[in-house]
Design a protein. Sequence first.
Length: 64
Amino acid sequence: MTLSNDEYKIEGNGIWISKDALESWRKHYTLVAEHKKDCLLQGLYLGKADVLIDLLKMFEPLEG
């Protein structure tokens, strides 16, 4: 997802993002998380361990 010039501004030591842009991101990632949850549950119900392992790998913590 990208921001247009009117959705953010860089000022001093911070970056300001509009409430509308943040709400849009929240909705998008909520839908993504719901989809991943549905896929995980479907794999669990179908007994597909390989599907579960692949989905769980997506949730490994980032190093850094």
